[in-house]
Design a binder for this molecule. Structure first.
Ligand code: 13P
Ligand code: SF4
Length: 331
């Protein structure tokens, strides 16, 4: 007899860490994927049932690289809008679909082209570094992009005396600035999930409860959290790092969705979330039913006007070039 704990989206949780997907949908999706020559890319924060059907799961940089290389007619991008938009910017001939058109990143919405132009006008010879969590229009106004895994290398690669503008994440910007000792004008944006729901007191409590665990936190966390961590990493680098590490216990300071991948790939290690409140509601808008629906009906096609796409492509390609041979922890 089955004891159902909880039904969420398309999955039914049986007991802790176990679930079954609703009948038939995975098989239907497989068939559709073959018929349409589609691939499914998914961010690490996606729900378990999306992780399980994805062809590739990674962080923002992994996914940008994959979107650039992938051979398929259609990319179904399970993540937030700016991520699907990058896939479309890099693949103008491919169709990129997002299962929920309202899966936005609130941090990306904290900077607009108008605000960026005004910010630039206040600086001498500005060089704009845009975190990939920005719209295509903002990227089009920028000189180079970065992700959380290559931000330090990207800023390091900038030569000359121009003033560096960093948008939109103040926490990532401050982290880079401190790491490189290089002054930047930093926009006052932030990720609500990391900034508001991962607090220093949670890290201190977790450390007390798990004194042998290493603490890994994402650079979108506030500086007081970053200063308590053992390592600061993107989600993709966390996944690679724990696989290679001899350590058996980790406190994880990022969005809670990463836990499924970490536990699945490292069954003999223990992971504790620094905060179970760190949930990105937009990432969780993606469901199996929506993935199937967009693929069956070719809905939610990402479309970037060509004039913006061309200009936005340049800083993204520049970033990929700077970091093409750099993966801090290889898979
Ligand atoms: P990653 O670069 O680690 O994937 O981070 C993206 C993001 O949106 C984190 O909140
Ligand atoms: Fe945006 Fe934060 Fe969600 Fe990442 S976790 S997509 S930065 S809101």
């Amino acid at each position: 007899m089955l004891f159902f704990d909880l039904k969420v989206n398309d999955r039914i949780f049986l007991k802790e860490k176990k679930y079954i997907t609703m009948s038939g949908i995975v098989e239907e999706l497989d068939k559709l994927k073959k018929e349409r020559k589609a691939v499914i890319l998914a961010h690490v924060y996606q729900p378990p049932e999306i992780y399980d059907i994805a062809d590739f799961v990674g962080d923002s940089l992994d996914l940008s690289r994959k979107a650039f290389q992938v051979e398929a007619d259609i990319i179904v991008f399970c993540g937030v809008y700016f991520m699907a938009e990058i896939a479309s910017i890099l693949n103008p001939k491919k169709k990129v679909l997002i299962p929920d058109i309202n899966a936005d990143c609130p941090m990306a919405d904290m900077i607009t082209t108008e605000k960026l132009k005004e910010f630039k006008s206040q600086c001498k010879d500005p060089v704009v570094v845009a975190y990939v969590n920005t719209s295509a229009a903002v990227k089009a106004e920028s000189d180079i992009c970065c992700t959380s895994s290559n931000a330090v290398d990207v800023v390091k690669s900038i030569k000359g005396d121009g003033e560096i503008i960093f948008v939109p994440d103040r926490n990532l910007g401050n982290y880079i600035q401190k790491k490189l000792g290089r002054g930047m004008k930093i926009w006052n944006g932030f990720c609500p999930t990391h900034n508001n729901f991962i607090l220093p007191e949670y890290i201190l409590k977790a450390r007390k409860e798990h004194p042998h665990a290493e603490i890994l936190v994402h650079p979108e966390c506030r500086p007081e959290v970053i200063s308590l961590a053992d390592h600061i990493m993107s989600t993709g680098n966390m996944c690679r790092y724990v696989k290679r590490s001899a350590i058996k216990e980790f406190i994880i300071g990022t969005e809670s969705g990463i836990l499924y991948k970490l536990e699945k790939e490292n069954p003999n290690k223990n992971f504790y979330l620094a905060s179970s409140l760190a949930i990105c509601p937009n990432m969780k808008k993606i469901t199996l039913a929506k993935v199937k629906d967009v693929l069956a009906n070719m809905k939610n096609l990402i479309s970037v006007p060509e004039a913006i796409r061309e200009r936005a492509c340049y800083p993204v390609l520049k970033m990929l070039k700077v970091t093409q041979n750099k993966t801090i922890f290889k898979k």
